[in-house]
Design a binder for this molecule. Structure first.
Ligand code: UGA
Length: 481
């Protein structure tokens, strides 16, 4: 579907924009060079540096738009998988798109820079910014090393677009470091990424908005040309100052995290007050100012973004002397982590003593349609129960291989029914579709005790109770017969 829309668009667009672009380039030494920009405005030669979850998605998305993409990934295993057309992680629809753009010749992969990548007109930096060891702050080491390596290769007219999530102020430091190495003022822009795992390709090709922070018109114009097919769909294109663009990303993630923790705080209150947080979320969500999205109560947020981004934001605000402005994010984090404690406490209350009991964990990725285990609430709970002596068996539709690498000590079972055999307690940790659709009668026939904690509030409680299950859920006061 995506292919058809963009193939048609491309024909029209390339015809419309076949002209050479001449750009005055400010060199570091103050002379103005006038060079022909080597591409027509229809199709751009692009490099994408760092091919993790979002870099690989972005590279494929750019190739889907028809651009000539060079993906750069130093990790040999990840690189060889991509070269073979195999996606090294699970992301619905992206594997087919990868095969498609490789077959069309729109994308190639390499381990580092060479003359080919040096001739690109636009370079996207997509490397990770994980949480620093022993600190709450974001680790920007990979961004700086990728940028510095790139600076040694780029041409003066090229634009560098940073997409990694960085502490505000990073882009200015990067521009200075890159310009020093390149010997001219590097056209750096900041272009945050808002895609979600599980819907990454769709989010890339049909984003809510495209945000560009730029110091100069050239960078904003080249990025606009690159994204034109998406803009032609009516997508807002916001050109902002660079610090604001950097902040947009962390502010958006902080807001989303706050929304989830808000409803999880209401879940704590609901549990104490005999109320129902799911019904509460629905009722407040009808108010358009509040909205019903991101108000799903459960075991909370995880993944490689929201948790570390709010912590990095707190650390950066502290550095800027305005820590108290985002102090509430510490509560957002604490409320989120308390959800995991709550499940461990509920499991202990249900079983009396967890040691020696068989617990089946349904789902281990941080969200469905992903095999990402980074800061996964379900995995954290499984590990804590296992450490407490429970015999934990994990089921997940796609994440068991990743689990085998990350936590080989946890038992894995790919067959759902087998994963529940003889279980004393079942915990639903990730709301995969197949759990929502599972037959409670069939599953009830293999467990030792029909007892389930719905950590994501997605089960049809009545149907499960009718099949003889005792159902406990977060933020609700479910009466079991
Ligand atoms: C998040 C943002 O949603 C993206 O916009 C952003 O681009 C991305 O981080 C990033 O910074 O790269 P993602 O981490 O893929 O995307 O997943 P989300 O859909 O935001 O879910 C995050 C976590 O919140 C999951 O563990 C999910 O289960 C949980 N969640 C989400 C809830 O507990 N309740 C909700 O109502 C929604």
């Amino acid at each position: 579907m995506v292919e058809g829309i963009f193939a048609n668009w491309l024909k029209a667009f390339v015809l419309r924009h076949q002209f050479q672009y001449t750009q005055a380039v400010n060199t570091r030494y103050g002379q103005r060079q006038t060079e022909p920009f080597s591409v027509d405005f229809g199709l751009v030669k692009v490099s994408v540096i760092g091919l993790g979850y979002f870099g690989a998605t972005h590279a494929v998305a750019m190739a889907e738009l028809g651009h000539e993409v060079i993906g750069i990934e130093p990790d040999p295993k990840r690189l060889s998988a991509l070269v073979e057309g195999v996606l090294p992680f699970h992301e619905p629809g992206l594997d087919e798109a990868l095969t498609r753009v490789i077959a069309r010749g729109n994308i190639t992969f390499q381990s580092g820079h060479n003359a080919e990548s040096a001739s690109a007109d636009l370079h996207f930096i997509c490397v990770g910014t994980p949480q620093k060891h022993g600190s709450e702050a974001a680790d920007t080491t990979y961004v700086f090393s990728a940028a510095k390596e790139l600076a040694a290769h780029i041409k003066p007219t090229a634009v560098v677009a940073g997409k990694s999530t960085v502490p505000v102020g990073t882009a200015a430091a990067l521009k200075a470091a890159m310009s020093e190495i390149a010997g001219f003022s590097v056209n750096l822009a900041w272009n945050p990424e808002f895609l979600r795992e599980g819907t990454a390709l769709e989010d890339s090709l049909r984003p809510d908005r495209i945000v560009v922070g730029a110091w100069d018109d050239h960078a904003a114009a080249v990025l606009k040309a690159c994204y034109q097919p998406i803009l032609d769909l009516g997508t807002p294109y916001l050109v902002l100052d660079v610090p604001t663009a950097e902040l947009v990303k962390v502010a958006a993630n902080a807001f989303l995290a706050t929304k989830i923790s808000f409803i999880n705080a209401m879940a704590e209150v609901s549990e104490a007050a005999g109320a129902d947080a799911v019904a509460l979320a629905k009722a407040i969500g009808y108010d358009e100012r509040i909205g019903n999205k991101f108000l799903r109560t459960g075991i909370g947020f995880g993944g490689g973004c929201l948790p570390k981004d709010i912590r990095g934001f707190i650390a950066r605000a502290d550095e800027l002397g305005v820590g108290s402005a985002v102090d509430f994010l510490k509560d957002v984090d604490a409320i989120n982590l308390r959800r995991r404690d709550r499940v461990v406490a509920l499991a202990t209350a249900e079983l009396g003593e967890v040691a020696g009991k068989r617990i089946s964990m349904l789902g281990v990725s941080f969200k469905p349609d992903s095999d990402d285990l980074r800061d996964s609430p379900a995995l954290d709970i499984a590990l804590r129960l296992s450490r407490a002596g429970a015999v934990v068996t994990v089921h997940d539709p796609v994440s068991l291989d990743a689990l085998a690498v990350k936590e080989p000590g946890l038992a894995r079972e790919p067959e759902l029914v087998e994963a529940l055999r003889e279980a004393d307690l079942v915990i639903l940790g990730t709301e995969w579709k197949q759990y929502k659709e599972a037959d409670p009668v069939i599953l009830g026939s293999v467990v030792a005790s029909k007892n389930i904690i719905d950590g994501r509030n997605v089960l049809d409680v009545e149907a499960w109770q009718a099949a003889g299950w005792r159902v406990t859920a977060l933020g609700r006061n479910i009466v079991n017969g």
